[in-house]
Design a protein around this ligand. Structure first.
Ligand code: ZN
Length: 167
């Protein structure tokens, strides 16, 4: 049995090589030859527009995909800003505008990514938008592997290959 027999469908673990460009041609992300991106299809591990475009493909298939912001990281949200008092940040942290911060929500435990939009006298204005919010994305993808997920992967809702499995 070879991987070529499988087509990308829900509950398959898929490996893809890809490059990601923005509308202006800027390269923002790419897999490496040694480390394709592995994900579990049908579980929202990758952006919806890309998942939809890959559905039904097999190993060796290549595709150029253009994805509107609404099917990628969403539209830029002018309301997604938060003013945080300066004194909640560690004293030794040198805040700079444009800096990326990772904060753990004390209630949900979820890690939030934010960017410093403005440093004020006693507070910091954070931009909670994803850095690619509002961007139309252009992917060049090649399918490098397709296999059925293990029971454990289905339980967890993510792929276990690729060296980036963490709990
Ligand atoms: Zn897991």
């Amino acid at each position: 049995m070879t991987e070529k027999m499988h087509r990308i469908a829900d509950d398959m673990v898929v490996g893809i090589g890809y490059t990601l460009h923005l509308d202006d041609g800027e390269l923002v992300d790419a897999s490496t030859d040694s480390e394709p991106l592995q994900y579990l299809h049908g579980y929202g591990e990758i952006i919806p527009g890309l998942e939809k475009a890959l559905h039904g493909l097999g190993v060796g298939d290549k595709k150029e995909v253009a994805i509107e912001a609404e099917d990628a990281y969403g539209e830029y949200d002018e309301e997604a800003f938060q003013l945080v008092p300066l004194d909640v940040f560690p004293e030794d942290l040198e805040l700079e505008e444009g800096m990326e911060l990772h904060m753990r929500d004390s209630e949900t435990g979820q890690v939030l990514q934010a960017f410093v939009a403005e440093i004020q006298d006693e507070a910091v204005l954070l931009d909670l938008n994803h850095p690619l919010a509002g961007e139309k994305l252009f992917f060049n993808v090649e399918v490098v592997s397709v296999r059925p997920a293990t029971g454990e992967e289905l339980d967890h809702g993510h792929a276990h290959d690729g060296g980036n499995h963490h709990h």
